[in-house]
Design a protein around this ligand. Sequence first.
Ligand SMILES: Nc1ncnc2c1ncn2[C@@H]1O[C@H](COP(=O)(O)OP(=O)(O)O)[C@@H](O)[C@H]1O
Ligand SMILES: [Mg+2]
Length: 334
Amino acid sequence: MADVLLEVNHLQTQFREGKTKRITAINDVTFQIRKGEIVGLVGESGCGKSVTSLSIMRLLQDTAGEITNGSVLLNGKNLLTLSEKEIKRVQGKQISMIFQEPMTSLDPVLRIKKQMLEEIQLHMNLTKEKALEHAADMLKMVGIPDVAQTLESYPFQLSGGMCQRVMIAMAMSCYPDLLIADEPTTALDVTIQAQILDLMRELNRKNGMSILLITHDLGVVAETCSRVIVMYAGRIVEQADVQTLFQNPRHPYTRGLLACLPRIGRRVESLPSIPGTVPSLNEMPEGCKFAPRCRLATDLCREKEPELRDVEGCEGCQVRCWLAGQKEAKEALK
Ligand SMILES: Nc1ncnc2c1ncn2[C@@H]1O[C@H](COP(=O)(O)OP(=O)(O)O)[C@@H](O)[C@H]1O
Ligand SMILES: [Mg+2]
């Protein structure tokens, strides 16, 4: 397909534990992002969303993590086989990432101005003066009130929310083809959240920037994304266009997540939720990883892990469930 920007195939990442042990954090992760598309990635905490993004970005070197299988193609080129030098040219310019923890991506000993200039001048052909103007414009766009003073500051002189906004401005400053935004607005207040989502949507509309938006806010997904990927225990369990996912979720886990959405008129204390917790990487169940929490689970589910398979009659929809689509399961889940 000509319009595919990112193609992730059977990606597996493991973490070393002690000398010999390896635990698998994500497994068989396969999905595509088209040019200009905004894709949501959802799932409870610990499901592997951040590990997936760090793996795509080749940013696992500071952890005990290692990609042990699969490929990540950007415009057809496998990022996993690029040299360190080559990948540095891709990071920031072609793919940029906004991290959950802003402090991890700002250099504590450099003024904001210096960091932004370095990034912009590395990837864009601008004079120092123009690059500085561009940096200031980006800071304005993420709602930083005192741009001049912020440029002169060190990260520790700024609040967490300000650092987050600086990081977002930096990530978007070179107009990447793909922005991976890992819970980008979690630490920010509601007004700024809305402003930053607007800015992302604007860059998507104007520059055709694709976005992988990781969030636990399904309301934001409904408003922003055209497609949604649901992860559970390091696997993709469902993928669909946003309308199908909200109107006709097929995986019991997706149904559980949607049931957690507050509805108007429902008291907050009475929210239905999914009982139990995400299994730890050391104690992964044999079969379907969701089976222990699924009230429909059969012996087959407990024994054998289902594959992610195409849903018949639903273009681009995939589900990893033995029971999805079966009439009895549908009835039981009503
Ligand atoms: N640096 C690390 N070392 C060991 N295990 C890790 C590391 N980072 C993440 N993990 C494990 O990988 C799994 C997926 O984590 P993560 O991708 O951060 O989840 P999410 O972003 O969906 O909340 C979790 O079980 C987590 O404990
Ligand atoms: Mg995360």
